[in-house]
Design a protein around this ligand. Structure first.
Ligand SMILES: *Cc1c(COP(=O)(O)O)cnc(C)c1O
Length: 221
């Protein structure tokens, strides 16, 4: 199947209100153009300079999502045009996004990343850390960022029960933050979870955004 055919097959399987981010990281521009010419407009990348280069070289009506770990010194490369930053996990990073957003006269939508998997990783908040962040004075002073929801990655395993529990956990984190901090914030509505191997499971647990790379563009070497 061609790239557009694969995208259409996925779109046909998922509810209309779930957003598919086609993860084009490491893939050449030609692959994105193929998807674009088939009508697709929503792509995700995880390296700031690679994303900025692709933004520069490709049509300007593409909606770009930044899905990976973002270092503060690289925020400036993507803030002028990015639609959503998926993996924010510190007040330091939020402050830098806010600063660059002000420079660009933009308000940037961000998701808080949570650590829901068994694997050890430096990235992602716990619920307590998120609550501390959201109640801090530093956070309240940021006017050029908007928290649009949560994001997480399940353990890399074949154990569907495990994966389902982790996605369910992220959904419960979302509900808890919604009621404690965002009850009057309609923009706090996204749960970004689900990749090539587990996106249907993620949707059944409440995902609103799936991030699918290798199923669409082939494996990355
Ligand atoms: C690479 C990546 C994806 C896509 O992974 P696939 O398994 O290729 O679909 C999704 N989310 C994040 C954060 C990624 O880094």
């Amino acid at each position: 199947m061609s790239i557009p055919q694969i995208i259409n097959t996925i779109l046909a399987k998922i509810p209309a209100d779930v957003k598919l981010v086609a993860v084009s990281k490491t893939k050449p521009k030609e692959d994105i153009i193929e998807a674009y010419e088939g009508g697709y407009r929503i792509f995700g990348e995880n390296k700031p300079q690679e994303l900025a280069q692709k933004y520069n070289d490709l049509p300007k009506d593409i909606e770009w999502h930044f899905i990976g770990h973002l270092q503060t010194n690289k925020v400036k490369y993507i803030v002028p045009f990015v639609q959503l930053i998926h993996a924010v996990d510190s007040i330091k990073l939020l402050k830098e996004i806010n600063k660059q957003a002000e420079k660009n006269n933009r308000v940037i939508s961000c998701l808080l990343q949570f650590h829901i998997a068994l694997e050890e990783t430096k990235f992602g908040l716990t619920i307590d850390e998120a609550k501390e962040l959201l109640t801090s004075e530093d956070f309240k002073s940021l006017k050029a960022i908007q928290i649009a929801g949560v994001m997480g990655m399940a353990t890399y395993t074949n154990n569907e029960v495990q994966i389902r529990n982790e996605f369910g956990h992220l959904k419960s984190i979302f509900e808890s933050l919604k009621s404690d901090f965002f009850i009057d914030s309609p923009e706090f509505k996204e749960i970004s979870m689900g990749m090539s191997g587990d996106y249907m499971l993620a949707i059944s647990e409440g995902s609103t955004i799936i991030r699918v790379g290798s199923t669409i563009f082939g494996s990355r070497y």
